[in-house]
Design a protein around this ligand. Structure first.
Ligand SMILES: Cc1ncc(COP(=O)(O)O)c(C=O)c1O
Length: 385
């Protein structure tokens, strides 16, 4: 009765089952995986946010496949402030970055075509690809005093049926930005083979002690789809607003825009109150980002203080985004370690294999949680060895 693409193994994995049992038993828990910014104690301009949702213009329906011009102009202005010229006509508003991915996969891929994705990276992509009948092929990121793309393996992974390369900039959970030389090389490879770059920039504004990273939004050498949205940038995942920007060689760009317009026109998934409020939401991002980056820096400092007092663990370099990767003794699988941490310490941390790390010995911890709980959690973690 059902489509093969939905034949997922929906059995709860051992760690999720252990977590559910732990919660059901009402046992104390320190959660080092928190990723919901609305639950981390940040101050929001509550009045400004709620007032922005009371715009009388929302009483009128003006369907537009790209989304209302006032919202797209605000997005173009965000890029202008980063020094990138983006025309409102090249922007499509979507309800999430995930929806933007689905538009791009639908525009580029026939069933079974392939998209290259980095490993390690965020696990959401597997389901997104399954739903669109797209195959994902990993290309490795290697860690050597910082993360970098293994371009040799990436090039070998490209087949005649490869349609795009995803670049997560900065990546989740490694927190590294693509460097100018890597962007140049990726452009060269994709332009020569006529495949697209799909740039996920949801964490672009969260750089630590680095200068502002370059955006792909005006990238012109290869056909490029750049995505971002309010969920991370403004800490407003509940508002469901994101966007997709098309850039690249003029002819390819025009063709992509025409196809995307049909897809977007079919769904018309945005809603007027949020579109009209988007300029105000974007306007409060700096205050949120300042608080979040301060939190991340404080938690990293605490992590380093505690790392200095023990000898079993270390951390990988973090350039930005919301997570840290901790190297732990690989005496068992990361999943077994996470289950044991939960049972013996009441601590929840993500195992590296959740993000396709190539080997055991990695835990991923969120850096955006409140400082006291983070410090306590790290103390419990290091008391394992
Ligand atoms: C790299 C990356 N891309 C996209 C998303 C999803 O973003 P959205 O809430 O806009 O769908 C996430 C969520 O954590 C993410 O980590």
């Amino acid at each position: 009765m059902f489509a093969k693409r939905t034949n997922w193994n929906l059995e709860t994995n051992r760690l999720s089952a252990a977590l559910a049992a732990h919660r059901a038993a009402g046992k104390p828990l320190i959660d080092l995986t928190v990723s919901n910014p609305t639950e981390c104690g940040f101050r929001y301009d509550e009045e400004g946010i709620l007032n922005a949702l009371r715009n009388p213009a929302a009483l009128k329906y003006e369907p537009n496949p790209r989304g209302l011009a006032v919202a797209r102009d605000a997005v173009a202005q965000y890029y202008a402030e980063r020094g990138a010229v983006v025309s409102s006509n090249g922007i499509f508003l979507t309800t999430s970055t995930s929806e933007a991915y689905s538009y791009v996969f639908r525009t580029l891929c026939d069933p079974e075509d392939e998209i290259l994705i980095p490993a390690p990276s965020y696990p959401l992509f597997e389901f997104l690809a399954d739903i669109q009948d797209v195959r994902l092929v990993h290309y490795p990121l290697v860690y050597d005093y910082g993360w970098q793309i293994d371009f040799h393996t990436l090039e070998q992974a490209i087949k005649p049926w490869t349609r795009g390369v995803i670049a997560v900039h900065p990546n989740n959970p490694t927190g590294h930005f693509m460097k100018m030389e890597e962007i140049r090389k990726l452009n060269e490879i994709c332009a020569a083979r006529e495949i697209a770059i799909i740039a996920d920039e949801v964490f672009l504004d969260f750089a630590l002690r680095e200068k502002q990273a370059a955006t792909f939004a005006a990238n012109s050498e290869a056909l490029t789809f750049t995505m971002s949205g309010l969920s991370k940038m403004c800490g407003l995942p509940q508002m469901k607003a994101a966007w997709l920007i098309v850039s690249g060689p003029e002819l390819l760009k025009e063709k992509a825009l025409a196809r995307l317009e049909v897809i977007a026109d079919t769904y018309l998934s945005m809603n007027a109150p949020i579109e009209l409020a988007l300029p105000a939401f974007l306007g409060q991002r700096r205050d949120f980002q300042r608080q979040l980056v301060t939190r991340v820096e404080e938690n990293l400092l605490e992590l380093d203080r505690q790392l200095a007092r023990q000898e079993s663990c270390s951390r990988l370099k973090v350039e930005g985004a919301w997570n840290a990767v901790i190297r732990v003794p690989a005496t068992r699988t990361d999943e077994e370690l996470s289950i044991d941490l939960l049972a013996s310490k009441g601590l929840y941390a993500h195992p590296g294999h959740f993000y396709e790390f190539p080997s055991d010995g990695h835990l991923v911890v969120s850096l955006i949680g409140p400082e006291a709980a983070f410090a306590k959690g790290i103390q419990l973690l290091f008391s394992m060895w």
